[in-house]
Design a protein around this ligand. Structure first.
Ligand code: GLU
Length: 316
């Protein structure tokens, strides 16, 4: 598979401002930066703040951490809370082709509904999909003053889709009539990401492999909106000492916490680089040095387990 950038292509990192970044987030950001910069792409930063009331403080501190381990980015920051009209325009474009419908189902309704044969587990059962105008108006009235969610009318025959991932190989994921805009008016992650990546001319998406299962839905949206599909590299997560995904409860896991334990940002970057087979045990490296060494084919394909700074060897 070729990984040459389209003219003016970009990679990106897209943190949700929900507190300080932990080692897993920093490692994914480093990889996204290495993938982009080593292939001559621009590298962009997008703050995915749709889900929480905009928390600029958190975002600022995340960006400061990324800068202090040596990452840089191009152009202005993109804040999703400022992108509402672009999301609405995309929904309108789909709606004009009858690809959007209102859904009044609660979570409980969805669980209680009989599932369609061959539908993937957890797929939306299609309860609201084929309502007449009158049925839709009646359904709306039953949930008033709440508003209906908006769902994509996905092609009926398309319940699974494969894509090629730079690290995971062939990945297959489910497709259903997923939500485009929630009843509270919040635009759904899948729609926002697709619209933003296209607007930012992102042609290379590097992110945690917990998001690989969302990718087929995003590719379907790329197709329906006539947008270019980016290349994907879903990177292994970092695990904590218990074997579960690294979390804040796993002790000192943020840059600030590690600094409190005596590590400087360069040492933290070096720990990340070692976990990616990009640094030897006796050296301290900078992000720029890693660029020359980066080879996606040599990256570990399995998760990295973080057992705390006491067990990670550090050198001056
Ligand atoms: N905001 C998402 C996260 O922090 C990343 C979304 C993406 O990269 O597509 O996990």
């Amino acid at each position: 598979m070729s990984f040459s950038p389209a003219a003016d292509g970009a990679g990106r990192y897209a943190p949700s401002p929900s507190g300080d970044l932990h080692l897993g987030n920093l490692r994914t950001a480093l990889l996204a930066w290495l993938f982009a910069r080593s292939s001559g792409r621009r590298f962009m930063m997008r703050i995915e703040d749709l889900d929480r009331a905009r928390d600029a403080g958190n975002a600022e501190s995340q960006l400061a951490d990324l800068a202090s381990i040596g990452l840089d980015w191009d152009g202005d920051l993109v804040w999703q809370t400022e992108r509402g009209s672009a999301y609405e325009a995309a929904i309108e474009q789909l709606r004009e082709r009858d690809l959007v419908y209102e859904c009044t189902c609660t979570r409980r309704d969805i669980l209680a509904a009989p599932t369609a044969p061959h539908a993937p587990p957890g797929a939306y059962p299609g309860t609201c999909r084929d309502r007449s105008d009158a049925e839709r108006a009646a359904a709306r009235a039953t949930i008033h003053p709440r508003l209906p969610a908006l769902r994509l009318r996905a092609p009926r025959e398309l319940t699974r889709m494969e894509f090629q991932d730079r690290l995971l190989g062939t990945v297959c994921g489910d497709i259903d009539d997923f939500v485009l805009r929630r009843g509270d008016g919040t635009v759904a992650y899948n729609l926002a990401v697709v619209v933003d990546d296209a607007a930012m001319r992102v042609d290379q998406v590097v992110r945690g492999d917990d998001l690989a299962s969302s990718t087929p839905r995003q590719i379907l949206l790329h197709q329906l909106l006539g947008l270019l599909k980016p290349e994907y590299a879903h990177v292994p997560l970092v695990l904590g000492p218990t074997g579960a995904r690294l979390a804040k409860r796993d002790g000192a896991v943020t840059l600030r916490q590690l600094q409190d334990q005596g590590a400087n940002p360069e040492q933290v970057l070096t720990l990340l680089a070692r976990s990616l087979n990009l640094a030897g045990p006796e050296e301290t490296v900078s992000a720029t040095q890693l660029l020359a060494r980066f080879d996606a084919d040599l990256l570990p394909k399995t998760p990295w387990t973080w057992n705390g700074i006491a067990t990670a060897s550090m050198h001056e």
